[in-house]
Write a protein that binds this ligand. Structure first.
Ligand code: TNX
Length: 541
């Protein structure tokens, strides 16, 4: 039985002539299931959710529209249409002239929401429309992720002869707790190519991350083309930990990553680690070296043996060129200078170095970020400290009223093993099972005042991983928990409740072909009844 009138279709299509059109449907009372929006498996959990227990029928009649004057919203709508196609095979038209009044997803800018927070959105799901009001295009993008998570995996059994995906009705009011919701990927110890980074971005965006920090240089390799110092990648772009060759990003590759991240409303932060962790740079240009030894290619995993010569003018000319070239292709506001584990740099030299490099970073209009050791220098209050291990440094950062990124290794390091069984990872900061990664309060950790905290960043160091499959094993599911700690209000976070929602992410993760660690703490709702098996891959260390 068909629910549309052929005459109406013909009339509408002729009237619209050049515009793509969809057959109009008659008002119908579909036999859709009762729903409860408050029980949806949303991660991160939204600020407030109210249910109205019916459903919006996502089907072949659905169209997406954006307010004509909302810049950037059209792209968000196209993104949504693309994801709905992946989920349902439906081709949902965006901003076509023909509007089916019965099944519209309408996305628009709201002035009142932009007064609350630039990422605030309000999602109202009715029986015949979905209205997404958003503070900005970025806020709309975050709201779209919520909507994606509400589309059921399977179409509903209904009395009609075409598939319908019932979206639970009600309203969601949502804003992030932290403005900075980050992940870090070490592409220096092992290289991950553009396609692999894009896949990581896809997954991060789905959980409302907005920062991806790339650790681009270290003792074992230099991963970003610098045109004025070509040997960096010619010599040190091709080595990494273990016996396999490394690789690097040309500036064009890097721009592709930056652009792809921007489409996902994610900012890329480049890191050039210095004055320590610089063996690869010194192998390419020995004049930079300051540890008194002849620099040699290094494929091991020890840290703390390398340093730049902090008193040479050439070193600062070099850094100026590097910061200038990378900043020119980095639209985001930050430049990360590393600054960690400079064990063979004298204390005063370290301070002198960080002070000088901060000025270089500022010359190129970037805000400096550094690992927590940088607080021992005389840094500006505009600079940002990334807390990873030293509580003393965290105290200094607070005393200096710096903004702080929270990456405590014993909670937020994605490269720590989950448990004794973990195939990959390190354990110098302890084991970090899925519950330990989730059950802590970033907003009140180590007495750091919430006002100083920008948000959590979860670093994934790559000494023990060399493939995307291994990356996924360490990052997932823990990265999903950090997404919730970063976004959701503390009163909305609860391990028992989170655990269930996490288990229900399995169909999504499987559809995305993510090799997540099937932690025994979680009841995974896999599509197939088969237990999830791990893909083994030996490391060439
Ligand atoms: C410490 S965290 C490091 C990295 C290692 C990591 C391994 C930090 C700022 N430095 O060089 O890769 O531990 O977990």
């Amino acid at each position: 039985m068909h629910y549309f009138r052929s005459s109406a279709i013909a009339f509408s299509c002729i009237a619209m002539l050049f515009f793509s059109c969809k057959p109009e449907k008659e008002p119908r009372h579909l036999n859709l299931p009762k729903t409860d929006l408050t029980q949806a498996d949303l991660i991160p959990k939204p600020s407030t959710t109210k249910a109205t227990y019916s459903a919006f029928p996502l089907d072949q009649f659905t169209t997406i529209h954006t307010a004509p004057d909302s810049s950037g919203f059209n792209n968000v709508a196209l993104f949504l249409a693309d994801k709905l196609k992946d989920l349902t095979q439906l081709r949902v038209p965006v901003n076509t002239e023909f509007t089916n009044q019965e099944s519209v997803i309408y996305i628009h800018h709201s002035d009142s929401l932009s007064k609350i927070n630039q990422e605030s959105y309000f999602l109202k799901i009715n029986k015949d429309s979905i209205v997404l009001s958003a503070a900005s295009a970025t806020a709309a993008f975050r709201g779209i992720q919520t909507l994606r998570q509400l589309v059921p995996a399977k179409a509903s059994d209904s009395i009609i002869d075409y598939p319908v995906w019932p979206i639970p009705s009600g309203s969601i009011n949502d804003s992030p707790l932290f403005a900075y919701r980050g992940a870090m990927l070490d592409v220096a110890r092992h290289f991950f190519n553009v396609e692999e980074v894009k896949k990581y971005i896809d997954l991060l965006a789905y959980y409302k991350y907005n920062i991806l920090h790339l650790h681009l240089t270290d003792d074992q390799g230099w991963r970003i083309e610098i045109k004025s110092w070509p040997k960096l990648t010619e010599i040190s772009g091709v080595t990494e930990v273990g016996s396999e060759p490394g690789d690097f990003y040309t500036q064009e590759d890097y721009k592709i990553i930056v652009e792809y991240a921007a489409q996902n409303h994610i900012t890329i932060i480049p890191e050039v680690d210095m004055p320590g962790h610089t063996n690869a740079a010194s192998v390419a240009y020995p004049i930079l070296n300051g540890n008194g030894k002849t620099p040699k290619i290094y494929r091991g995993t020890h840290v703390g043996f390398s340093t730049f010569d902090t008193h040479k003018d050439t070193v600062y000319t070099f850094i100026d060129d590097v910061v200038r070239e990378i900043s020119a292709i980095t639209p985001g506001p930050y430049f990360h200078i590393g600054g960690d584990e400079s064990h063979v740099t004298k204390k005063n030299d370290y301070i002198y170095f960080v002070n000088k490099v901060e000025k270089l970073v500022q010359r190129y209009d970037k805000i400096m970020i550094g690992w927590d050791e940088i607080v021992t220098a005389d840094i500006d209050t505009t600079s940002v400290a990334q807390f990873w291990s030293s509580t003393d440094n965290a105290k200094i950062a607070v005393a200096k009223n710096l903004r702080i990124i929270m990456s405590p290794a014993n909670k937020a390091y994605l490269d720590m093993k989950y448990d004794l069984e973990s195939e990959y990872g390190l354990n110098w900061a302890g084991y970090v099972p899925v519950d330990t990664a989730y059950i802590w309060k970033p907003e009140s950790y180590k007495n750091i005042p919430q006002e100083n905290i920008l948000g959590i960043e979860a670093p994934l160091w790559s000494e023990t991983i060399s493939t995307i499959t291994e990356l996924e094993y360490l990052a997932f599911p823990r990265a999903i928990g950090f997404a919730e700690l970063n976004w959701s209000q503390p009163e909305n976070r609860d391990w028992e409740n989170y655990k269930v929602r996490l288990g229900n992410q399995a169909p999504f993760l499987e559809k995305m072909n993510v090799n997540y660690y099937p932690s025994p703490l979680i009841e995974w709702k896999t599509e197939s009844e088969k237990p999830k098996t791990l893909k083994n891959k030996s490391l060439n260390l």
